[in-house]
Design a protein around this ligand. Structure first.
Ligand code: ATP
Length: 290
């Protein structure tokens, strides 16, 4: 029997036009296996609404065509629903898709669905919100907020914002409770890693696993600006854990307290959160076709 698959396409992710997507799907998806429908999102948050309706309408598979932010929107609706999600990576960073080794070439990613198998991954909770790749506070939350206002999305824009802001950003004091063990530290940023990377193969936590029932709390301590290229190099070579400026703790129940409310990011999307953040993990709660 053919599976009903709905492609939810974010037309702005990765700064790439996606008008060609329906014909690519038509050309490369095996229609003896799938009965495909396609919907383009019209605003931020629309993907969640479409995915919720798809769950109610008994669609078998919801394929997310976008980056980590769009995946977050779709997966938040599908998590624990028993429905399966697929990914056609089209974002700026594609952290989760890269970790899952889904081809970044759209044609190959669609073709892959013809032979793909399901697997389950963990998801995280960040106060009331869900995340699937990475959430965090500090410098990366600050950059996500700036990047969201930037019409020029893409890797180049992200790097430009990072270099401009890094010299002037002030590290903050945090209390971090990981399964009852308390660390009080000044941090440049704290990333909560479900997968190993932010995107673009920048691995902050090389040994993070998507299915170990644990999250990696990565504390990046304040560092002299001239050390940033070395820290970046270590991330791109999967050696961030060897940096004197990076501490990584694995845990299940995490609480971060800072002096005031402020920005956070959830799968790269900026939000404003209270000063206390409670973080948890839901083991193997999302079914993926990979
Ligand atoms: N039609 C739309 N118009 C404007 N924004 C949209 C639309 N559809 C979705 N969005 C928003 O676009 C944002 C960016 O999407 P996404 O994260 O997929 O791309 P990206 O940031 O380029 O990639 P990545 O997260 O992999 O770096 C999301 O916050 C999503 O809510």
């Amino acid at each position: 029997m053919r599976s009903r698959i709905l492609f939810i396409v974010n037309p702005i992710s990765g700064g790439q036009v996606k008008t060609f997507m329906p014909s690519l799907i038509d050309q490369y998806l095996d229609d003896s296996l799938y009965d495909a429908e396609i919907i383009f999102t019209e605003y931020a948050g629309h993907a969640t609404k479409i995915a919720e309706e798809a769950v109610a309408a008994n669609i078998d598979i919801v394929a997310c065509v976008g980056g980590d932010g769009t995946i977050n929107e779709v997966a938040s609706a599908l998590e624990s629903s028993g429905k399966t999600m697929a990914i056609v990576p089209c974002g700026s960073g594609n952290g989760l898709a890269r970790t899952l080794q889904i081809p970044l070439d759209n044609r190959k990613a669609i073709q892959r669905l013809n032979t793909a198998k399901t697997c389950k991954i963990d998801s995280g909770t960040f106060n009331e919100r869900k995340f699937f790749n990475m959430a965090g506070i500090g410098f990366d939350a600050h950059i996500s907020a700036l990047f969201a206002e930037d019409k020029n999305r893409g890797f180049k824009g992200y790097i430009q914002s990072t270099f401009k802001e890094i010299a002037q950003y002030q590290a903050q004091e945090y209390e971090i409770n990981v399964d009852g063990k308390i660390y009080t530290e000044k941090a440049f940023m704290i990333s909560i890693a479900n997968s190993s990377q932010y995107g673009n193969n920048a691995h902050i936590s090389p040994f993070a696993s998507l299915n170990d029932g644990l999250l990696d709390v990565c504390i990046i301590k304040p560092f002299p600006v001239y050390k940033f290229p070395l820290l970046a190099y270590r991330m791109f070579t999967k050696l961030a854990h060897q940096s004197n400026y990076v501490d990584i703790y694995k845990g299940r129940n995490i609480k971060i307290t800072r002096a005031t409310e402020g920005p956070v990011h959830i799968d790269g999307e900026p939000l404003f959160f209270p000063k206390e953040i409670t973080i948890g993990v839901k083991p193997l709660s999302l079914t993926l076709l990979v």
